[in-house]
Design a protein around this ligand. Structure first.
Ligand code: OAD
Length: 231
């Protein structure tokens, strides 16, 4: 089957994961060198850990902020932003929290798992952008800690964000999944909505994943190169 071309579709949806940012030098979560092979999420990425030791959890997130701030968007991010400029119906639903889509010029990004660059008052639930590295001050004027506005393990996804993602997936005519292991739910279920509505489906990854059999087209290789092949 010939590789689908962006030019043949009107409403393209990119569903992205950590593999897209790997070429920028940001470690993925699983597999060799993956974040969760080095760090235990129970110590660094769940509300219980934050309640017990907020400064330890912030030290970890400050390290991530510094690492991501030192990285730049790669050609994969740039191709997605270009396709969005060329085709008005293009949208991005990402599991990434690194902000690299925004830095590459893409807009209207649905961030399923929140952002490393937003903080939320742990008491009042106020959310604000914050790009300081290290994040400072760690406490809100109310005295409670700010926490990263990230969907940690055991947190629920924001239902408004999920609703927007569902609408976009249901409405697209081309679904391009890029660099995700497809094992983290409920995010991993969302691409099915596009397939059920008849969208052409493409999975870009270095290797097969548990959801690969659902896709009509499986492109194997680096995200930037496989995206370039669809131009
Ligand atoms: P994973 O680390 O689980 O998977 C990354 C995927 O990218 C793997 O399937 C790799 O084979 C693939 N990959 C790596 N480098 C690539 C490259 N250069 N080009 C193409 N593919 C490549 O990351 P996610 O699926 O994004 O959640 O993980 C989902 C969620 O689990 C994350 O959002 C995060 C994590 O826990 C939260 O932080 C809440």
């Amino acid at each position: 089957m010939a590789t689908p071309r962006f030019a043949d579709f009107e409403r393209i949806l990119f569903f992205t994961g950590a593999g897209l940012s790997a070429e920028s030098g940001i470690p993925t979560y699983r597999g060799k060198g993956g974040m969760w092979t080095e760090y235990d999420y129970e110590d660094y990425a769940c509300q219980r850990a934050f309640d017990a030791e907020p400064d330890k959890v912030w030290d970890f997130h400050d390290k991530r902020r510094a690492a991501v701030a030192a990285c730049a968007p790669n050609d994969g991010h740039r191709i997605i932003a270009e396709v969005q400029r060329e085709r008005a119906g293009t949208s991005v639903v990402t599991q990434n929290i690194d902000g690299l889509h925004q830095r590459s010029g893409a807009t209207d990004i649905v961030e399923l798992h929140g952002s490393l660059w937003r903080v939320r008052c742990d008491r009042e639930n106020i959310v604000r952008d914050d790009t300081s590295v290290p994040m400072s001050p760690r406490t809100c004027t109310c005295g409670a800690y700010w926490r990263p506005d990230i969907v940690w393990f055991e947190d629920s996804l924001d239902h408004r964000v999920v609703r927007r993602a569902r609408e976009l997936l249901e409405g697209c005519d081309l679904l391009v999944s890029v660099g995700t292991s497809g094992i983290v739910y409920p995010a991993a279920d969302l691409p099915r909505l596009a397939m059920q509505n008849g969208a052409t489906s493409v999975e870009i990854n270095l290797e097969d994943t548990p959801v690969s059999p659902l896709y009509q087209h499986r492109l194997r290789g680096k995200a930037s190169e496989m995206l370039a092949s669809m131009r």
